[in-house]
Design a protein around this ligand. Sequence first.
Ligand SMILES: [Zn+2]
Length: 522
Amino acid sequence: MARKRLFLFDTTLRDGAQTNGVDFTLADKLAIAKMLDALGIDYVEGGYPGANPIDTELFSEHRKLATAFTAFGMTRRPGRSASNDPGLAALLEAKADAICFVAKAWDYHVRVALETTPEENLASIRDSVRAARSRGREVLLDCEHFFDGYKANAPFALACARAACEEGARWIVLCDTNGGTLPHEVERVIPGDRVGIHAHNDTEQAVANSLAAVRAGARQIQGTLNGLGERCGNANLVSIIPTLKLKPEFAERFEIALSDAQLKKLAHASHALDEMLNRAPNRHAPYVGESAFATKAGIHASAILKEPATYEHVAPDMVGNRRKLLISDQGGKSNVLAELERIGVAVERGDERIGTLLEEVKRREAAGYAYEAADASFELLARRILQKVPNYFDVEKFDVNVEQRHNALGQRVTVSLAVVKVRIDGESLISAAEGNGPVNALDLALRKDLGKYQGYISGLELIDYRVRILNTGTQAVTRVLIESKDETGERWTTVGVSPNIIDASFQALMDSIVFKLVRSGA
Ligand SMILES: [Zn+2]
């Protein structure tokens, strides 16, 4: 039986841009559009031309993408003609392959929000779709609040959809605008190969609702990368895509444009978006998260090494992710061996130093270290025990000073000053730096002058700093996790533990610098 084609519509740049704290520049939008294009998404909705300068500029020229680059906007305003509506005119001028109109499909909204009649709403839909079709554009109609509207007045909601269909719209998209609909309700969606689903995640059902719609007949799925979107987000295409490609129930009945090779780029695309938004990727994200294929317990780990399918629902490399066996107090030798293989430290299976490393990891984890989260510190520890890590430099002493005083304007300010004395090849180097806090000052002073190694760490940047107070039984200690990044975009995490927060931070900072030197072949 021939498989039916499903179409993917990404609205990261339009609906996803509604997320709190997300502001895409034109360059961001172009970069994300190219990434989605390379991924094989059928439609990329770029924005709302006429609504803001960036979106207007985005659609001011043809962007030469393989995807159907789509402009979003409203149907003509009530009481105006299509030719006398500046908003519609701007939309029709946009250099877009497709136009996605949004229209009310709930009579209550038509009355209260638009303050117009159902007849005028239908006429606005007809006129707008006709105008866009006459300009040669493919047309989609987003039926806002469709599911609530359908419950309240089904004939009217359907009349809105039908009006657009009759004027030649390619897709009628049923929107669960406030995200409150549940999968069994969505499954009552009208079947038909011109229906799309646009689900929001307010009950965490956006992915389930999208799949339910497909089962019921919808052939287009709208969503965003990483589920970006206002409130609780939109349907997450990063979870939907592998489900469609890898789960037999969908894969046997449907096909999407993404090839297997493109699917392998999914984890990277997901992380690249987070990178652009300057936020840490969700470790527990299905399919693509760092922990999505992480196994902790030793007994599971040894089974996974023998036969991955025993504990994995799909193969991680299909989506560009990788298997991760956690080094932990529950883990055994197989975890350590697998992890060493991954980081490229060659060792014989029977090498007794593996036992030494495992004991050391267990001892340190009991003291509060967390190597599962700090892969770079684990790698350094392993290399120190199994190979040799050069002693690049010694920190002879450091001094961190926190002072609260009045500044020249009479305001109370707190300033931190760190002085670090480093010895490299018998020579002492002293650096001082001010920071907005003691750890920041220490970090800056430590990285200010490392003599001949300075060139290797110039691109090093501290991007995340997490502190936890732990009770290890005998005393309260502080665990510090530091995430760093270099000029290539590589990220790594290091850990430090001490009763003193500055000392714990110092250990993690030192590991980060030494890790970078080792990786750079200094
Ligand atoms: Zn939406």
